[in-house]
Design a protein around this ligand. Structure first.
Ligand SMILES: Nc1ncnc2c1ncn2[C@@H]1O[C@H](COP(=O)(O)OP(=O)(O)OP(=O)(O)O)[C@@H](O)[C@H]1O
Length: 265
């Protein structure tokens, strides 16, 4: 596993990249998360699978510290978000659901600017962009304005941006929403490649069952509660189900959604 100079000594391998421990969150009287616990092991692709309203965005708002954790604890590589936010957050990269690139800047300006916020000089940022985009056609388009890119390409650049400072944990909040099937598949495989090559840990929030591979870990979140956590075959077996889509339906009572008919559901 590669370790970033920015991130100091390599953490113990058995420490989870993310540990969510007995977290609850309410909006007024409305309970959005109820005693939620799960982990994202280092170097794993973990899907946070939940239908609309399950509490995925609320959870991401807590992990990124948009909201304070009032009940329970969240640790990133062992650093408690409430007690040691600086250490925890510099190990984190995020791709939010909403688009956040500046369309009037070039692609490389967007990336270099973000890297600078993490203390990475422009020369190091350029090297890093080359590394991440080594095999991508986007490498030849870095000087173009971001507004020239398609929705899928913009999302790809946001993913590159999240990887720039070599975080150990990356959160992606429904990153394929609004994209066509081909762009969705390209983005998923790009993130899976980076998980494999960089040993980074990913928490990928989705409501689409066909974004889940047989080898993934899955956390099933429904109405603010974790109903299952584990590798796909274990969850399927525990439910006596035929597929992860079937297991999801048995757990939640909700029909699993797939964006394409040939999905694994
Ligand atoms: N600002 C808010 N005020 C009141 N209730 C909220 C607020 N934000 C979310 N909720 C409620 O909290 C629950 C969880 O919402 P959340 O957005 O976290 O779920 P989600 O899984 O991300 O769903 P979606 O995919 O639709 O964004 C829902 O019942 C939602 O209506």
């Amino acid at each position: 596993m590669q370790d970033g100079k920015l991130n100091g000594p390599h953490p113990a391998d058995d420490l989870p990249a993310l540990a969510v421990e007995r977290v609850s969150h309410s909006y007024g009287q409305r309970k959005a998360l109820n005693d939620v616990s799960f982990t994202v092991p280092q170097g794993s692709f973990t899907a946070l699978l939940g239908p609309n309203g399950a509490g995925k965005s609320t959870l991401f708002s807590l992990i990124t510290r948009l909201f304070n954790v009032r009940h329970g604890a969240i640790r990133i590589l062992g650093f408690d978000l409430s007690k040691d936010p600086g250490e925890a957050l510099r190990r984190l990269g995020v791709v939010f659901q909403a688009r956040t690139l500046d369309l009037d800047l070039s692609i490389s300006q967007n990336l270099i600017y973000h890297a600078a916020l993490h203390g990475l000089p422009a020369s190091a940022a350029k090297t890093r962009i080359g590394e991440i985009l080594a095999t991508s056609e986007l490498r030849s388009r870095l000087k173009e304005k971001a507004r020239n890119l398609s929705g899928g390409q913009l999302r790809s650049i946001e993913i590159v941006r999240a990887f720039m400072h070599r975080p150990r944990l990356i959160l992606l909040d429904e990153p394929t929403v609004g994209l066509d099937v081909r762009s969705r598949a390209a983005i998923l495989s790009e993130v899976r490649r980076l998980v494999h090559e960089e040993g980074v840990s990913v928490l990928w929030a989705t409501h689409l069952i066909d974004e889940i591979d047989a080898g993934d870990r899955v956390v099933v979140l429904h109405q603010g509660e974790v109903l299952a956590e584990g590798f796909v075959p274990d969850i399927v077996a525990a439910q006596g189900a035929r597929s992860i889509g079937d297991a999801f339906t048995r757990l939640t009572g909700v029909r699993a959604k797939a964006a394409q008919p040939e999905g694994v559901a």
